[in-house]
Design a protein around this ligand. Structure first.
Ligand code: DX5
Ligand code: ZN
Length: 218
């Protein structure tokens, strides 16, 4: 069953000089999740931020902290991210030596479990783990940077995931990340996505107004 759409603004595109203010603006606009991209310079070329930043913003908001780990061997850091204030932790199937062990570790920390696939990874590869996770994150750009263009071919992957999850009656949310904005949010939501990450489409300019505009489209 499809869940009512949720907007998850990604702070990767926020102004870190006024991060607390920007977060309160998206909360006020009605966003329910805050998407937090952690990059290690290995799994993806870029480096973003880690536990201390998450810990600081935890004091600013009640939003669901949707932590997206773009790091190699994520098992090493699950406890640290859980302790920093994450509500859900998503790791990449491609980055984990033993995805089942990562899932168990996130559960043992009492957090929601997400598993993510890059654009080049077939949906069929993640199927064996879907009965153990709360969320499937389908990357709609190559992970690593904000502001890229939505890969149209990913709409079919979203549809395939929606069909599978519904057919097997699994309590798994479908999240999409990358290139989501006024032109693509509806496409992804209509294909079956429930959690829509948006970075550059929300941050910069009037953050509250932009978030509201996107929520109204969903
Ligand atoms: C990309 C990140 C995204 C990024 C999305 O690797 O995972 O969460 O912030 O940025 P936009 O919405 O600008 O494509
Ligand atoms: Zn992300």
């Amino acid at each position: 069953m499809k869940h009512a759409p949720i907007l998850a603004p990604s702070i990767l595109s926020a102004d870190f000089g006024k991060l607390g203010e920007d977060i309160r603006a998206v909360e006020k606009a009605g966003a329910q999740y805050l998407h937090i991209d952690v990059m290690d310079g290995l799994f993806v070329p870029s480096i973003s931020f880690g536990m201390p930043v998450i810990k600081s913003i935890r004091k600013e908001t009640e939003l669901f902290f949707d932590v997206h780990l773009m790091i190699v061997d994520p098992l090493r850091y699950i406890e640290d991210f859980a302790a920093s204030g994450a509500d859900g932790i998503t790791f990449h199937l491609e980055a984990a030596k033993d995805p089942g062990a990562v899932i168990e570790k996130i559960r043992a920390c009492g957090k929601k479990v997400g598993i993510s696939v890059k654009p080049g990874t077939e949906f069929s590869e993640v199927i064996p783990f879907l009965d153990r996770v709360d969320m499937l994150l389908i990357m709609t750009v190559e992970p690593g940077f904000g502001g890229q263009k939505y890969i149209e071919a990913m709409t079919d992957k979203i549809r395939a995931a929606r069909e599978y999850i519904d057919a097997h009656d699994l309590p798994v949310l479908i999240e999409v990340d990358g290139g989501i904005g006024t032109g693509t949010a509806q496409t992804a939501a209509q294909a079956g996505a429930e959690v829509l990450v948006a970075g550059s489409a929300v941050f910069g300019g009037n953050v509250c107004a932009k978030a509201k505009e996107l929520i109204a489209l969903l």
